[in-house]
Design a protein around this ligand. Structure first.
Ligand SMILES: Cc1ncc(COP(=O)(O)O)c(C=O)c1O
Length: 308
């Protein structure tokens, strides 16, 4: 198959069994979102957002695009904007890994870094994100740019309702018992769960949160700092729909670190902390026995471990 551009390499990611990490009972499958050109699940949202903005003329060739990003949405937007011919400015908290800044700059994006408020390097909090967001809005006004606004942009949910959900259903169909995904903007969890629940009434969808900042389960924030970059910003995403979420599962830093090593060493899958948190949460759910003896669970390997 010959693709016309890197954009055509977005989506249609494979599922891989994690039998070496979880030998059963049941089957744990993971969607390899890290295999996309920007190295993460966010490529899908980036493409849908830019396509939708072109469709209704909010964006034209040459107009700058600006977004606040932990790095993954930025990489996706850099990939897409290079192909569509739009200059891209990424505004990031300094707490995100330097590897992400390097990747964005290598893809030709302009990167603006903002200071941390209460986070620390490798640990980005909701307040750090607020500062980066304000700066992104300021720059987008200054440049008369298209401001992506991923947390409020419905195209990001649509990307998963039109892509991730149908792709999973096509592979596993009615056998599926449970879908598990970590929540940043919520696009992956909400869009995929919406599609899958429409296909199978009673399908169980579980959202993953870092322990200490479990706002989706309504718990008080005890520690906003954690290693699971890209999720757990101590805020309920604007499009959050509790009807789509049957359970929230908390994962500690230690668990995410341990599962990241297990994935690399047992499955040869070098992925990031949110992917590891997803797999850890899936194993917890499978071991709980709530899906019977042979549950089938699908989760998301959100990004490549090379970004850390
Ligand atoms: C590494 C990583 N994992 C998970 C997510 C969560 O994805 P979503 O914004 O679709 O909830 C993100 C979002 O940026 C991310 O960067």
């Amino acid at each position: 198959m010959i693709s016309r551009s890197a954009i055509d390499l977005i989506g249609n990611t494979p599922l891989v069994t994690l039998d070496r990490l979880h030998s059963g009972p049941g089957q744990l499958l993971a969607k390899c979102e890290f295999m996309q050109p920007g190295g993460s699940v966010k490529d899908r949202a980036a493409l849908q957002i830019i396509n939708d903005a072109y469709d209704d003329k909010r964006l034209v060739k040459g107009r700058p695009v600006v977004e606040m990003t932990s790095g993954n949405m930025g990489a996706g937007l850099a990939v897409v904007c290079n192909v569509t011919g739009n200059p891209f400015v990424a505004v990031m908290s300094k707490g995100n890994s330097p590897a992400r800044v390097k990747m964005l700059e290598s893809l030709g994006a302009e990167v603006v870094l903002t200071s941390q408020v209460d986070g620390s390097p490798g640990m980005v909090t909701g307040k750090d994100i607020e500062v980066a967001t304000e700066e992104a809005i300021r720059i987008s006004k200054e440049k008369d740019a298209f401001y992506v606004d991923q947390f409020n942009n419905e195209s990001s949910l649509r990307a998963h309702e039109l892509g991730t959900g149908p792709e999973i259903w096509e592979e596993v169909g009615n056998e599926l018992d449970c879908f598990v995904a970590a929540v940043g903007s919520g696009g992956t969890f909400l869009g995929t769960s919406k599609y899958l629940k429409n296909r199978k009434a009673g399908l169980y969808c579980a959202a993953v949160e870092p322990e200490g900042t479990q706002v989706l389960s309504g718990k008080p924030i005890t520690d906003p700092r954690h290693v699971i970059q890209g999720i757990g910003y101590s805020l309920v995403p604007p499009h959050w729909d509790p009807k789509l979420c049957d359970e929230t599962v908390a994962v500690t830093d230690d668990e995410a670190i341990r599962y990241r090593s297990l994935l690399a060493e047992k499955e040869s899958l070098l992925v990031g902390y949110s992917a590891a948190a997803n797999v850890c949460a899936s194993v917890k759910l499978m071991n709980s026995g709530k899906f019977g003896k042979y549950p089938m669970v699908v989760t998301i390997l959100c990004d490549t471990g090379l970004k850390y």
